[in-house]
Design a protein around this ligand. Sequence first.
Ligand code: AMP
Length: 371
Amino acid sequence: MRIGVLGAGQLGRMLALAGYPLAHSFVFYDMSGSPSAGIGETLVDTAGTQVDDFLTRVDCVTYEFEHLPVNIAEQMANSKPVYPAPRALEVCQNRVLEKTLFGELGIPTPEWRLATSAESLQAAAETLGCPVVAKSVTEGYDGKGQAVLRSPEEAAAAWAHIGHDKLIVEKFVNFHREVSIIAVRSQAGELAFYPMAENAHHNGILRYSIAPAPRLSNETREEAERYIRALLNELDYVGVLTLELFETDNGLVANEMAPRVHNSGHWTMEGAYTSQFENHIRAVSGLPLGNTAARGVSCMVNIIGEHGDTAKILELPYTHLHLYDKEERAGRKLGHVNVWADSYDELVWRVRNCASFLPGAPELNCSLTKG
Ligand code: AMP
């Protein structure tokens, strides 16, 4: 099958790597002008005028990136199957639509308000009670387009700093940790859930994902599965969906979802029987889903900004290195290392050892290191 992928970054690269053993081929559609998948065919169309050309080259279409015009995906859906359907894209691009849908489906979110001026931001901060997090309604990712307000008086500065005309203002959640759940739904409506991951961020960027998330209660896992099942069924979803959550004293609170494979699921490449990439490809190409169970325990360590000592990492007998063939640049995701172990104690030791070869890698700070 010829699979068309909207977006052409490292997620697309890893989708193609998972799809080749199933005899699929890949065509990437890039509107950014800087594709980096470095695999398959790529059509660069910054003006959005080559949709028809792209469609003649593919049998179905999916995404690896959600920040592209919904009308392009809708236009494509008129002539080829697009998985997941463009509504998922529309919801994920807009934090108001997303939080509204969560609310309708009974998925808890931080209490939130919409702000359309510095004054309404200040009013929202007063009503909700500080601290609050203000985020641009559209175009935000990796903590960009956001500010934390410690007092309502910071509204004018935060408004100017973010520079968008619509902000969602959320009550700051005092969470124990951040977790995510990744699930996949097939064309036949079959569902499969990956073990959840515990995610450690640094300066808004994911640095470590540990899976299965240590000391996660069955109750919490079932809660997360209930929420993501509701989303998958409501959106008549086909493919992999990710839901990012905060774990709190009062249960899970949803942060956001991504209509695609996700950085917090990279551990599945060697840490699960079937990777998130393969399962996404299986779903969009009409194949049955693969086993999502974990093999041992894993930690994904992101390589950010600088490659570090890759030769040393390759010497470690318990790591798998994945490089995205990108130039070094501050804050850029260049690759990741999947570290595998039989036990969490062994995992912590191995991750620290691996991180010592990655300049700028923050200390591993997670539930396993907090005792
Ligand atoms: P986001 O772009 O919404 O994923 O936010 C980036 C990061 O900011 C999250 O991974 C959290 O660490 C933090 N964050 C976002 N929203 C909140 C919130 N309401 N309360 C506390 N922390 C938050």
